[in-house]
Design a protein around this ligand. Structure first.
Ligand code: AR6
Length: 171
């Protein structure tokens, strides 16, 4: 399974994969960070569609088209806001990865790119978030045959280093 995982330092809006994941908020109406970048790159039709989706609870995922993005689909998921670690943050972040991968299988995507959900504006500690991202993905890939490639797109040197080290440590 590990061979299906790739870690790169890049901008997720440039990824040539079937689906990219957006770290959205519950309104699905756009925002800053990776969400803002995805909406800008996809164009205004994305907002027209996400407006019709009617929001998304934390930990769940919703699918839209990718419009002007190279990716055909955008899977919008809502990470937890870090509140110190006693508000089910870990469980909710794990659900984001699990539900996004499930959504990818449902739409027939074979390749998917993730940003580091919740580690920007939502303040989730990067090391722990990385561990959850990789563990959940490996668990999913162990019982799935359709996803061929999962790319973790890191924004900046620190995230790239943390992800690469964490992947090396995985059995
Ligand atoms: N490509 C890949 N990663 C990126 C990009 C990019 N173009 N831009 C930022 N990142 P954040 P969150 C990284 O804040 O913490 C929004 O306003 C960034 O360095 O985008 O889940 C939403 O609307 C960080 O590591 O998402 C929500 O309100 C990671 O993406 C809220 O922020 C996530 O940072 C969600 O907060």
């Amino acid at each position: 399974m590990k061979e299906k995982i790739e870690i790169i330092q890049s901008d997720i809006t440039k990824q040539n994969v079937d689906a990219i994941v957006n770290a959205a908020n519950t309104s699905l109406l756009g925002g800053g960070g990776v969400d803002g970048a995805i909406h800008r790159a996809a164009g205004s039709e994305l907002l027209e569609e996400t407006r019709r989706l009617g929001g998304c609870p934390t930990g769940e995922a919703r699918v839209s088209k990718g419009y002007r993005l190279p990716a055909r689909w955008v899977i919008h998921t809502v990470g937890p806001v870090w509140r110190g670690g006693h508000s089910r943050e870990r469980e909710l972040l794990a659900s984001c990865y699990k539900n996004s991968l499930k959504a990818a299988v449902d739409i027939g995507a074979r390749s998917i790119a993730f940003p580091s959900i919740s580690t920007g504006a939502y303040g989730f500690p990067l090391e722990e978030a990385t561990q959850i991202a990789l563990t959940e993905t490996m668990r999913f890939l162990a019982s799935d045959k359709t996803i061929e490639k999962v790319v973790f797109v890191c924004f900046g040197d620190r995230a790239t280093e943390v992800y690469k080290k964490a992947l090396l440590r995985l059995a």
